[in-house]
Design a binder for this molecule. Structure first.
Ligand SMILES: NC(=O)C1=CN([C@@H]2O[C@H](COP(=O)(O)OP(=O)(O)OC[C@H]3O[C@@H](n4cnc5c(N)ncnc54)[C@H](O)[C@@H]3O)[C@@H](O)[C@H]2O)C=CC1
Ligand SMILES: O=C(O)[C@@H]1CCC=N1
Length: 265
């Protein structure tokens, strides 16, 4: 398999790390990135697309959505009738990708997050891959985390907010818990450590548990005890739910707006 990856920054780098940790041979990867100083050992790194090479088996678009129009001309010769094109570009839809890369055998939009480096990313998939291309997509996603095909591309904006942006929202929640505890009197470094360890353990437990998170919360809260008072604060006027819905709505709507902008280019 010849895998050509355009752009290896935060997200592309996390995916490459996940593939290498998952046992894919570094020699099968070529990274094209004009600004990357070093690639993982064994991976070929080029500052520009190689001239005169046959189209790759797999091409990953890993740069910023705004960089697509500049990059198309250099990527296109590497996308042929046998190429599976994977795109992690937020807010760039199938129609835009297909217009830019009409020769691709199959195009799949992939929405991961940075936990792909640890094999712990949710991965939303949508595209026109069938048969071998679909199987190859699933094989490539397996070491990165839990991949799921969406029932339609119309869900991608919301899933980008939930699965792609989600870690940023959780990091802000962890930071807010620690900042709140520090404001209430705990030393900041201790508040940071305890908040992080608590979230790591709570997430690991929830992932293993047969019970839904809402039920787990009920089990933590003893009637008339400590936790319930905190939960009542979160629930007053549906405060937490409304905050989360507004957060996701804002991110989702920006993804939809970016999709329109990319289409218009
Ligand atoms: N950062 C995240 O958590 C997530 C990002 N994404 C998507 O991943 C993509 C990359 O985002 P980040 O990694 O955060 O950005 P980044 O800025 O860290 O990485 C982009 C990389 O692309 C390179 N690049 C720029 N122009 C290029 C070109 N013409 N050819 C090849 N490489 C080029 C840059 O040198 C840089 O290393 C975006 O499209 C974003 O929507 C999706 C899910 C999560
Ligand atoms: O913020 C962004 O646009 C990208 C998409 C999901 C995470 N990062």
């Amino acid at each position: 398999m010849h895998f050509l990856q355009f752009g290896c920054g935060n997200m592309g780098g996390a995916m490459l790390a996940g593939w290498l940790a998952g046992g894919f041979a570094p020699e099968s990867f070529t990274v094209v990135d004009p600004y990357l100083a070093q690639a993982p050992q064994g991976v070929r790194l080029l500052p520009a697309a190689p001239a005169g090479e046959a189209p790759a088996d797999v091409v990953l678009l890993g740069f910023k959505p705004q960089q697509l129009s500049d990059a198309v001309a250099s990527v296109r010769p590497h996308v042929g009738p046998g190429t599976l094109l994977l795109s992690i570009l937020a807010g760039v839809d199938m129609a835009t990708l297909r217009a830019a890369f009409p020769d691709a055998q199959a195009i799949v939009r992939v929405m991961p997050n940075l936990a792909a480096a640890l094999g712990k990313s949710p991965i939303a998939l949508v595209g026109d891959a069938q048969g071998d291309a679909k199987a190859l997509t699933e094989k490539l996603m397996a070491p990165l985390g839990q991949a799921e095909w969406l029932s339609g591309e119309d869900q991608m904006d919301l899933v980008t907010a939930l699965a792609g942006s989600g870690p940023a929202f959780v990091y802000r929640v962890i930071d807010a818990l620690a900042t709140g505890a520090a404001n209430l009197g705990l030393p900041r470094d201790q508040a940071d450590r305890l908040a992080l360890a608590m979230v790591e353990g709570a997430a690991a437990l929830a992932a293993q548990s047969p019970h839904a998170p809402a039920e787990l919360a009920r089990r933590v809260a003893s009637p008339g005890g400590v936790t319930q008072v905190g939960i009542d604060v979160l629930d007053a006027d549906d405060r937490l739910l409304r905050l989360m819905e507004d957060t996701l709505r804002g991110a989702r709507d920006r993804s939809a707006e970016m999709t329109e902008l990319a289409r218009a280019k």
